[in-house]
Design a protein around this ligand. Structure first.
Ligand code: XLS
Ligand code: NI
Ligand code: NI
Length: 445
């Protein structure tokens, strides 16, 4: 067997490397749109999209929910020894990632390695497993998009990690973060993510919000300083989410996080990791969150998934709306493409998707949906009508008094004096339907 498999067992023996067969193919195990080598606007699809596989959903999430036990029974979990299981899981993961053809993966410390009997023991196990992952990265060429610490699952974090009112827990969080950063650096990770986890509150009555947020900023600052002192050159990401598991998460949405980073002098090292489903929970469109980040030069990476608009929680489904992915790719092209980030499938197959091939089918769909979105986003730029309409809409600021206003050339009374000269103004169509029709036309062409 080629590179797909680095241990002594093949976990997906019936499945070969997924190939591109084109839009006419009816083969469920082939790409219809994702052609890694194809050049779009001067860059290969692979380099535009930078797909990553999320270790937690794909190799750890077992389908259990509050109403029932696990339905995904993973063969790599059967040795009886948690450390051996983690090594087997690494084999399965690298076989999957290679066969699906994703250049990257992402993890939490606790996805890749089990917790030991104390902090030191956990750190040792993590070191051993990151050594194993390094061998597999070298053998397959798969790279680490980002690492992170799971400082929300262990019951000790029930009141938060960096924002825990108990200092001893904050130290535990720091311990995990330090080792997760070490592992990320060892594996050449291009980014390091902080998703808030339980950094938020359930009741204002027992919460000193100001103090908790200051503690969060302190942990982010000293984590940054530590990683930089160890030679980490990558980007740090904050992943906004408005709620779940806490009622009010501190990293509510992009605007909130950007303000927070600026307030604490963190905006030079940190960017945002935008998740589609989190945007929806915040009452925003995915493209809104991306656009806010791009406007502020703060888009780092993307957790590619989708929500269920009629549910109020993070359903983490695989992307399937070409409308959403096209608008998303327009923003990613607008910023000139990813630098350290990529499209990480923070998405899970449904509880009742229990065949081994389902994990492949889900990723094939997600990758095709984004590849299609990329093609269409490039087509929108090449077609030019939508960007032109947008430019024209603001053209009164491109010259004359409008341009003078943008440069700060008017005091309020001077600007106010111009009102009388303009007569009946404002009767300009917003042309929303025209924009929508052009978008639709390009999507369907
Ligand atoms: C949870 C988050 C989480 C982060 C990584 O809702 O999406 O999976 O991406 O901690
Ligand atoms: Ni996420
Ligand atoms: Ni999420």
């Amino acid at each position: 067997m080629a590179n797909y498999f680095t241990g002594n067992k093949e976990y997906f023996p019936e499945i070969k490397k997924i190939a591109y067969e084109g839009p006419k193919s009816k083969n469920p195990m082939a790409f219809k749109y994702y052609d890694a080598e194809k050049s779009i606007a001067g860059k290969k699809m692979r380099d535009h999209l930078r797909f990553a596989i999320a270790y937690w959903h794909s190799f750890c999430g077992d389908g259990a929910d509050p109403f029932g036990a696990a339905t995904h029974i993973f063969p790599w979990n059967s040795s009886g020894d948690p450390v051996q299981n983690a090594i087997n899981k690494a084999d399965a993961a690298f076989e999957f990632i290679s066969k699906i053809g994703a250049p990257y993966y992402a993890w939490h410390d606790r996805d890749i390695a089990p917790e030991g009997k104390d902090a030191d023991d956990s750190a040792k196990i993590l070191e051993k497993i990151t050594d194993e992952l390094k061998k597999r990265q070298d053998a397959t060429g798969v790279k680490l998009l980002w690492g992170t610490a799971n400082v929300f699952s262990n019951p000790r974090f029930m009141n938060g990690a960096a924002t825990n009112p108990d200092f001893a827990v904050v130290a535990h969080a720091a311990n995990q973060i330090q080792h997760a950063i070490d592992g990320t650096i060892k594996l050449g990770g291009e980014g390091y993510t902080f998703w808030g986890g339980r950094e938020g509150y359930m009741s204002i009555l027992n919460t000193d919000m100001k103090r908790e947020k200051e503690h969060l900023a302190m942990i982010l600052s000293i984590s940054r300083d530590y990683a930089r002192s160890k030679g980490f050159k990558g980007c740090f990401y904050i992943e906004p989410k408005p709620m779940e598991p806490t009622k009010h998460q501190y990293d509510f949405d992009s605007e909130t996080v950007i303000g927070f980073l600026r307030a604490h002098g963190l905006d030079k090292d940190f960017k945002l990791n935008i998740e589609a489903n989190h945007a929806e929970l915040a009452g925003h469109d995915f493209v809104h969150e991306l656009s806010v980040c791009v406007d502020n030069d703060m888009l780092g990476s993307v957790d590619a998934n989708r929500g269920e608009p009629r549910n109020g929680w993070d359903t983490d489904q695989f992307p399937s709306s070409v409308y959403e992915t096209t608008l998303a790719m327009c923003q990613i092209l607008r910023m000139g493409g990813f630098k350290t980030g990529g499209l990480n499938f923070d998405a899970k197959i449904r509880r009742n998707s229990v065949d081994a091939e389902d994990l492949f089918i889900a990723h094939i769909g997600g990758m095709d949906t984004f590849a299609f979105g990329l093609e269409k986003a490039a087509a929108i730029a090449a077609d030019g009508r939508l960007p032109d309409l947008l430019k024209k809409r603001y053209s009164s600021f491109d010259s004359g008094d409008g341009a003078k206003f943008e440069k700060g050339g008017f005091k309020l009374n001077e600007l106010a004096a111009l009102a009388k000269d303009y007569g009946k103004t404002g009767w300009t169509s917003g042309k929303q339907e025209l924009y929508e029709n052009i978008l639709q036309e390009i999507l369907l062409s």
